[in-house]
Design a protein around this ligand. Structure first.
Ligand SMILES: Nc1nc2c(c(=O)[nH]1)N[C@H]1C(S)=C(S)[C@@H](COP(=O)(O)OP(=O)(O)OC[C@H]3O[C@@H](n4cnc5c(N)ncnc54)[C@H](O)[C@@H]3O)O[C@H]1N2
Ligand code: MOO
Length: 432
């Protein structure tokens, strides 16, 4: 034990975030159960399209990509130097070979050399069949038309063999892969100039609340507040696999909200709403969705903040009802919204990877719901593990503290005390 940040404590929490242990409301489900329901109910929207690979960053592959040819396509030099046949190195060195020719990248393979000769060769050039290795030019001494070597080469030295990475027809990327720059490079290396991708998910964003007004656009009247959720979600939805069809603001009336969600659901794959999912008389979302012919997939998750988070369906569209409090809307989008969108996009991996980090401070809290807090990485322990701390609290109506944080930490529902040094789950924020 070398002080607080170096302290090692055994793992304190079971797999998952611990909120499977519910001791509170019977209608709230755990985070893991919510993920199960998303995976059962949210499927990719059907259409696909073929696009050139330079236009597919952030899109999702709809058909596997298979290699069009062997990789590498032919035996070739991995270094600038001299191609030789290692079996021609008889007796003790040094050895002198005539240099019979020159072959560069882009030249066609050439069979006219004898294995008793050496051949000048450059990185990427096809290796003539007589030779089995390439000696780097730094290990050779040029003497007129001959070349002298002091060390015997190994067979295969500095040669990349045809098909050593993969053979023609090998699956390089499965359907459902996210097309990152790395994946696009793999498509190009496999010989594909275009690929089949899922069409973009069509989304409508509806902020409900009679009190919300556009930030900066007008002076606030009594009782009004700035609309934080719309710009926040607009930017969270700014992804290459999404087309944001509509952004609406609707006041707290059952009819207006019903009409808005019903019309949005008719031409989109996902309707995201904020506000009105709790239990007050002015919280109309559940009734509006039901009266629009919709159904619930889940309503309420045992988390803090964000417990009223609701997922449903209206016709063919998925409805995600985020709580109105901006802090809750951000947390629930980060945990569930991303997963819903990834599932609609056809991604094979829908749940962003969480990691384990060490708590750098003792913490007392009320047990009962898995608590999700903005956390900053403040250092590493003696084993190289990230250590986190919570800077300022911030209730679910606030968002400023997220801007400075590095991610969300998950505090298990059953613990009312979490000691410094405990391992907790952590979802890093994406940095752009
Ligand atoms: N009796 C109970 N009341 C509440 C409960 C409960 O269980 N029983 N749950 C609380 C929790 S937790 C949350 S979270 C909120 C969620 O409520 P709603 O989703 O119905 O949200 P609203 O009531 O519409 O708004 C809550 C809060 O957020 C402000 N807001 C709404 N939209 C925006 C926006 N676009 N930008 C900025 N701020 C926004 C709104 O003015 C309210 O202050 O319910 C609790 N109540
Ligand atoms: O869950 Mo509410 O989101 O605590 O404020």
């Amino acid at each position: 034990m070398n002080g607080a940040l170096m302290t090692y404590l055994p793992r304190q929490i079971p797999a998952g975030c611990g909120c499977d242990d519910l001791t509170t409301s019977s209608s709230w489900i755990s985070i893991d159960e919510a993920f199960r329901r998303i995976s059962d109910h949210v499927l990719p929207s059907a259409p696909t399209e073929t696009l050139p690979i330079q236009d597919v960053r952030g899109r999702v592959l709809a058909k596997p990509v298979c290699a069009q040819c062997d990789m590498p396509r032919f035996d070739h030099a991995a270094m600038d130097g001299y191609a030789v046949d290692s079996r021609a190195f008889a007796g003790d060195g040094p050895w002198l070979f005539p240099v019979a020719g020159r072959i560069a990248a882009g030249d066609a393979p050439n069979a006219r050399y004898a294995s008793s000769d050496a051949c000048r060769i450059f990185t990427g050039a096809p290796l003539p069949v007589q030779y089995d290795c390439v000696i780097m030019q730094e290990r050779a001494e040029r003497l007129g038309n001959s070349i002298r070597f002091d060390e015997r080469p190994e067979p295969g030295e500095n040669v990349r063999r045809r098909g050593e990475a993969y053979q023609s027809g090998t699956e390089i990327l499965p359907a459902g892969s996210l097309l990152t720059p790395r994946a696009i490079a793999a498509c190009a290396a496999a010989g594909h100039g275009s690929v089949r991708v899922q069409s973009r998910v069509r989304v409508a964003l509806i902020a409900t609340g009679s009190e919300v007004a556009t930030p900066g656009a007008q002076a606030l009247e009594s009782g009004q507040i700035w609309d934080v959720n719309t710009p926040m979600l607009q930017s969270l939805l700014s992804r290459p696999d999404v087309v944001l069809h509509d952004i609406m603001r609707v006041s707290d009336s059952l009819e207006s909200i019903r009409d808005a969600v019903q019309s949005a659901a008719a031409y989109t794959d996902l309707v995201v709403t904020t506000g009105g999912v709790s239990v007050g008389d002015e919280d109309h979302l559940h009734n509006a969705v039901l009266s629009a012919g919709g159904e619930m997939i889940f309503a309420g998750v045992a988390i803090k903040p964000g417990k009223p988070i609701t997922l449903g369906r209206i016709g063919k569209a998925i409805w995600l009802g985020l709580p109105g409090n901006p802090g809750s809307a951000f947390v629930t989008w980060s945990i569930f919204g991303e997963v819903v969108l990834n599932a609609l996009s056809g991604r094979q991996e829908t749940i962003p990877k969480r990691q384990h980090v060490l708590l750098g401070q003792d913490l007392s809290r009320k047990a009962g719901r898995c608590e999700i807090r903005a956390a900053s990485i403040v250092g590493i322990d003696g084993y190289g593990r990230d250590v986190i701390e919570f800077k300022s609290g911030g209730n679910s109506g606030q968002v400023s503290h997220f801007a400075e944080a590095d991610g969300l930490a998950f505090l298990p529902s059953e613990l009312d005390h979490v000691p410094a040094g405990a391992l907790v789950e952590f979802l890093p924020f994406c940095t752009n």
